[in-house]
Design a protein around this ligand. Structure first.
Ligand code: NAI
Ligand code: MG
Length: 352
């Protein structure tokens, strides 16, 4: 019997609503497998926790999470109670940084039964590998003088280690998919970091002669994501470029409520964290209409990380059957409740 130890942080708002649904689906998947189970430790860290304790997580919180196989997180944030920078930095970003989750992976594809917002978004299936620890999002820089003489410097930081790590991961991922990688660059405008990025990219591409390796400037690439998304497969990008591309790819699917994401630790020292792209959606909380697919698909990415690819693929196929049948929450044009969507997914899983 394989057992995976999950640290579960439902968080706030719809995060708390959809988490039980996703866990029920995962438990059903484990049942079907027969030789698999999930043990779960629940952590109440959230904005409510903050109001009571003055902090977003326990002082030894990271220590408590450290020995699990993965952190499974819902969504964090309740802007009416706690300012977003406090809730975000006190929990999510802390875990990502301290656990060295240096890659952010987001999958986006056209899901059957969901009308994409633009007609070109047909038949696309993109995995964006985003460098998640440095690049344009560095804290190096500063401001001097005031008024007309003010000077502001914001440095981007690119290390060989982190650049290689992201690009190598993309090529390994491409081998499991369609042997095609595209690198987001801007070496025509950013004259040090991006030529360096390209150099590393080409040297790694050379070692994978069977993989088609392309590069595209980020501005053009952003446009291509909209005009011909089906031409891309694995896309590797720096922190900022990846951030922008993944918002576009999520939008192409038709709702942020279905988009999944993984923050990967690749040195094996700490667990990875799996969380959907969406936030706590305060505007729809308590109505039982939050789309559970983002959290469920995120669970699918976790199964992939555990090496359970067949189960993972079956799960996503079942989700697509349900949307194809029109059992959908309002954000993707349906009238079903969160519970109805989950029930339909579980019923189909049991029938496999
Ligand atoms: P949001 O993602 O919570 O909501 C944006 C829009 O998408 C809203 O109209 C919402 O109703 C809809 N939506 C989101 N998830 C949905 C779902 N599962 N089903 C159906 N519709 C869904 O982003 P927003 O409003 O900017 O942020 C709300 C709070 O969430 C803030 O406190 C923010 O800081 C936090 N946040 C947390 C994230 C995380 O935990 N990773 C990510 C993004 C925002
Ligand atoms: Mg973003």
């Amino acid at each position: 019997m394989k057992q995976f130890k999950l640290s579960v942080i439902p968080g706030d708002g719809v995060g708390k609503e959809i988490m039980p649904h996703a866990l029920e689906v995962l438990d059903t998947v484990a049942d079907i497998h027969g030789g698999l189970s999930f043990s779960k430790e629940f952590y109440p860290w959230s904005c409510e926790y903050y109001l009571e304790h003055g902090k977003m997580m326990a002082d030894d919180g990271l220590e408590q999470l450290k020995n699990s196989d993965a952190v499974f997180l819902g969504a964090v944030g309740n802007p009416q109670l706690v300012e977003d920078h406090i809730s975000l930095w006190g929990l999510l970003i802390k875990i990502r940084r301290e656990f060295e989750q240096t890659l952010n992976i987001r999958h986006a594809k056209q899901i059957k039964g969901i009308t994409p917002p633009i007609t070109n978004a047909n038949n696309f299936d993109i995995m964006v590998v985003r460098e998640n620890s440095e690049g344009e999002y560095s804290e190096i820089g500063g401001r001097i003088h005031k008024g007309d003489d003010e000077v502001v410097v914001q440095n981007a930081v690119f290390t060989r280690k982190a650049t290689e790590r992201a690009i190598k991961y993309a090529f390994e991922l491409a081998k499991k998919r369609n042997n095609k990688v595209t690198s987001a660059t801007k070496s025509n405008g950013i004259v040090y970091s991006m030529p360096f990025w390209d150099e590393v990219y080409h040297s790694i591409a050379k070692k994978h002669p069977t993989i088609e390796a392309n590069t595209a400037h980020i501005d053009a690439l952003a446009a291509f994501f909209v005009t011909r998304p089906s031409e891309f497969d694995v896309v590797v990008a720096s922190n900022l470029f990846g951030d922008i591309l993944t918002d576009i790819s999520a939008a192409l699917m038709g709702s942020i409520g279905i988009a999944p994401a993984a923050n990967l630790n690749v040195n094996g020292k700490y667990p990875s964290m799996f969380e959907p792209v969406h936030g706590s959606a305060p505007d729809i909380v308590g109505k039982n209409i939050a789309n559970p697919i983002g959290q469920i698909w995120t669970g699918k990415m976790m199964l992939d990380q555990f090496g359970e690819h067949e189960l993972a693929d079956q799960l996503l196929a079942v989700v697509e059957k349900v949307t194809e049948e029109g059992i959908k929450t309002p954000d993707i044009g349906g009238r079903a409740t969160t519970s109805e969507v989950t029930e339909a997914i579980i019923k189909k899983l049991r029938a496999l």
